[in-house]
Design a protein around this ligand. Structure first.
Ligand code: 6R9
Length: 647
């Protein structure tokens, strides 16, 4: 483990909003005087009625609940658009770069954004949507995706974005779970020169969702699609019939803003619910502090809007801060591995924020693709989604940033709304691979398996002991699941599901998930989800899925499959099952390895011993690694698995 220190560059130390001392003092005060601290911080938002109360929460079963700014009234879309009109109507709010480099970029000023979002909001209203309704968005990375989020927020509807790479099956499940009556999509998406049949996928999903009344379709590629009379409408046609003014709906701070489904260790994906005031404050404050963001800086978060990173750091954070946010339709390495750096040069990007998996893939192509570009505009480099290996960190710092740009490694989760542990460029000396220190109001704690608190330099499971404004409020439709999932492993604390080390300097190093969640290319995948998809296939009796180290993806998916009696395991079936999972969930769930196994290692009580399966998948099959197998119902199963290791 490397503990090299990269000090704060002098220019950042001199000009940034916070230095080492003020960061430490600010953090201390956020915990000792939370009410005064957060009511002051809340003033960065534009309130219709300012809150007089800050946090009001309990993580205990008896009075469990989380509220922030509960008597405040505001509108998120007005905070992201209207309040900037007086001073920056002509400033670019959204800068869009298409998949195809020959396509002209598009520039949307705040004035134009206002008109687009108002029309979109009026289209949704005329389709019958109103405050509190759920609207499912299944969109490519086009400006209309951002307009759609803001339009929902404007009328008080709750958006639920489903990543455009998910299958019709996965989309249908998410529509049904939150009882969405409206869907917004596009004819087709584009990525790396290929088209994605979004509208056709919606049509397939809606065969299972009779509750959906209206589908608003954005004309993105012009590709041919089927339109169902009375259900499907084109956005461009409907927008011509409505006003370009739509007054923002006054929302209580605790009214829901969005649902975003995320994978957990058990069961189907959970609808993580975020509310209005606390989430927006967290998005805007963390965007400003972690990246010392100033309006005028060209900001690029290279995530997809289908993930929380896209919500918080493409749309809500930067726009709440009056920023210019770049939205990119494509992938970092198409048509060539220089593309990401060319986009930076073309738009004079100040900060780029991406995932370690992308960096590893680009790094593998060699430095020439980077060096062919200037990157002189870059001041900061961000990373998120999974632990960054020190080698990728150093490459990002040295080759991409030419030793000039601090690396902001932000640890957080869909559940946390925004960054929780992260550096600030003027305040935090960096260590490659460490997300460094907690943000204001964040009180991390490391505990052992039994819940005993571990002090000082230590390693264990990461909890957060108190609430912060950006915390999720519930699991949609299942408040008890929210409590059971996060607050019962260690009583009275929020358990993150991550393992973590704290060093002598108090720096935090996230070591990865300690539950049955795997992190594939920075995306969360529940092993249970992949297992359920596999066992749906007629030939499969049982499946167990684990993660294993993967050079590019961080973790790969290794599936052990037991077939029904009489079914012959062969390569054709392996291909069929791989394709099956892609169809059931989506390409991000594609198993990297399928090993056919006549039996799985189980305890006498029938529990699959995943520890052993992980070791075999990792290729670590020494007796020491496999440990005690004597508690297994049939220890010989392990010998067979080891002898027939796949991959
Ligand atoms: C924002 C996001 C959350 C899980 C989280 C952790 C991992 C995210 C990380 C990181 C180490 C970082 N994770 N950022 N691990 N260092 N900087 O990714 O949300 O998709 O919900 O994933 O991702 O394991 O628990 P989400």
């Amino acid at each position: 483990m490397t503990d090299d220190l990269f000090p704060v560059p002098a220019t950042w130390a001199a000009n940034a909003r916070m230095n080492q001392q003020s960061r430490a003092a600010d953090h201390a005060r956020s915990l000792t005087e939370p009410d005064a601290y957060w009511l002051e911080r809340a003033q960065r938002l534009d309130w219709i009625k300012a809150p007089t109360k800050a946090g009001n929460w309990s993580f205990d079963e008896a009075d469990f609940g989380i509220k922030w700014f509960e008597d405040g009234v505001l509108n998120v879309s007005a905070n992201c658009i209207d309040r900037h009109l007086a001073t920056r109507a002509d400033q670019v709010a959204i800068l869009w770069e298409g998949d195809d480099p020959s396509e002209e970029p598009r520039h949307y000023t705040y004035a134009r954004l206002h008109a687009e979002v108002c029309r979109f909001a009026n289209v949704l209203k005329s389709a019958g949507a109103k405050k509190g309704d759920r609207i499912t968005l299944y969109m490519p990375m086009i400006p209309e995706a951002a307009f759609a989020l803001l339009a929902c927020a404007r009328i008080g509807a709750i958006h639920s974005v489903v990543f455009g790479g998910f299958s019709p099956e996965a989309l249908a499940g998410r529509i049904i779970d939150c009882d969405s009556k409206f869907v917004v999509t596009a004819d087709e998406g584009r990525r790396a020169g290929k088209t994605v049949p979004l509208k056709a996928n919606v049509d397939a999903a809606l065969a299972e969702c009779p509750g959906v009344k209206q589908v608003v379709v954005v004309r993105a590629t012009g590709g041919a699609v089927n339109m169902t009379d009375g259900r499907d409408i084109w956005l461009d046609e409907a927008a011509e019939t409505v006003s370009a003014d739509c007054p923002p709906e006054p929302m209580n701070a605790e009214d829901p803003l969005f649902i975003l489904y995320t994978s957990g260790s058990t069961g189907k994906p959970k609808g993580v619910l975020h509310t209005t005031g606390g989430y927006l404050l967290w998005a805007s404050l963390t965007h400003e502090l972690c990246f010392d963001y100033r309006p005028g800086d060209i900001w690029w978060c290279a995530a997809d809007i289908g993930w929380v990173t896209g919500h918080t750091y493409i749309v809500y954070g930067p726009l709440a801060n009056g920023g210019t946010t770049l939205m990119y339709e494509g992938v970092p390495n198409w048509p060539t591995p220089s593309r990401i750096w060319e986009v930076i040069d073309r738009h004079q990007v100040h900060t780029v924020f991406t995932a370690p998996t992308a960096l590893r893939a680009l790094m593998r192509e060699g430095d020439d693709y980077v060096k062919a570009t200037s990157r002189k505009s870059l001041r900061l480099l961000g990373t998120v989604g999974e632990p960054i290996n020190p080698e990728a960190w150093r490459w990002y710092h040295h080759v991409v940033g030419e030793d000039r740009c601090p690396i902001i490694d932000t640890w957080w989760q869909t559940e946390t709304g925004g960054a929780m542990i992260a550096p600030m460029p003027g305040a935090t000396a960096l260590k490659p691979g460490s997300a460094t220190l907690p943000m204001p109001g964040v009180a991390p704690q490391i505990v052992d398996a039994e819940g005993a608190v571990l002090d000082g330099a230590t390693e264990g499971n990461l909890c957060i002991t108190g609430s912060w404004p950006g915390q999720m409020r519930t699991v949609w439709g299942d408040h008890d699941r929210f409590f059971q999932t996060y607050f019962t492993t260690y009583k009275g604390k929020y358990f993150t599901g991550d393992g973590c080390r704290r060093d002598e300097d108090g720096y935090y190093w996230i070591t990865g998930r300690v539950d049955d969640v795997i992190n594939v290319s920075g995306h969360r995948m529940g092993t249970a989800e992949v297992e359920s998809a596999l066992v749906l296939h007629a030939d499969v009796a049982e499946a167990a899925v684990v993660g294993f180290p993967h050079d590019i993806k961080g973790q790969g998916i290794y599936a052990y499959v037991t077939l029904n009696v009489g079914v012959e395991p062969d390569d054709a079936l392996r291909k069929t099952l791989t394709q099956w999972v892609r169809t059931e969930i989506g390409p991000i769930a594609t198993p990297d390895v399928i090993q056919f196994a006549p039996g799985l290692p189980k305890t006498r009580s029938g529990k699959i011993m995943r520890r052993i399966l992980r070791k075999i998948a990792e290729g670590d099959v020494s007796a020491q690694a496999l440990g005690d197998t004597s508690t297994l119902a049939d220890p010989s199963v392990v010998d067979h698995l080891v002898a027939n290791r796949a991959g």
